[in-house]
Design a binder for this molecule. Structure first.
Ligand code: IMP
Ligand code: MG
Length: 179
């Protein structure tokens, strides 16, 4: 897997440090609030597992799985829910955890869908943000790292479902996803 990477852009140490900072911020912001942290499968699984252990508050966790139709390295904006939440979020404070906000189309759909269930609040926490690719407005409240427009893998992010278990984030060699 390592040989398929051009370069590592975020090391394990950098990620660990930043995740702890985000956890501390979230801990401060959600004191005395009924918090439910919602991970978007599968990309957010690794980040979510580390993040929630840095949030020193009682919380519920839940997961949602969505897929957008279209090519694997591009988002089409047409979103389908493959797995919905198991819990009710009405009157709870929802924190959505995502791996990366790219065009924003997936998140826009998810936020609107969750808002319709009348939660007390909805905020978004993403590990990575690629603002140069944004097609629609999404309000990112907690962002781990802003990255340039390159296709990255590792720490939950995949290409064709592989590389999610790399403990760092790297840029895939273009020949891997163009062949
Ligand atoms: P959006 O709807 O364009 O914001 O797409 C977000 C989803 O596209 C993410 O949850 C990822 O699954 C995927 N994605 C976008 N950019 C990358 C990348 O650089 N590497 C891996 N997956 C990506
Ligand atoms: Mg994803």
């Amino acid at each position: 897997m390592e040989n398929d990477l051009d370069k590592i852009i975020l090391t394990q140490e950098q990620i660990t440090k930043r995740v702890a900072e985000l956890g501390e911020e979230i801990t401060k912001d959600y004191q005395d609030k009924q918090l439910v942290v919602i991970g978007i499968l599968r990309g957010a699984a690794v980040f979510m597992a580390d993040l929630i252990r840095e949030v020193k508050l009682p919380m519920e966790i839940d997961f949602m799985s969505v897929s957008s139709y279209g090519a694997s390295t591009k988002s089409s904006g047409v979103v389908r829910i493959n797995k919905d939440l198991d819990s009710t979020i009405t009157d709870k404070h929802v924190l959505i955890v995502e791996d990366i906000v790219d065009t924003g189309l997936t998140l826009k759909y998810i936020v609107e869908n969750l808002m319709s269930r009348k939660p007390a609040s909805v905020r978004l926490c993403t590990l990575l943000d690629k603002p140069s690719r944004r097609a629609v407005d999404v309000d990112v409240h907690y962002n781990g790292f802003t990255i340039p427009d390159e296709f990255v893998v590792g720490y939950g992010l995949d290409y064709a479902e592989i590389y999610r278990n790399l403990p760092y984030i790297g840029v895939l060699k273009p020949e891997i996803y163009t062949r």
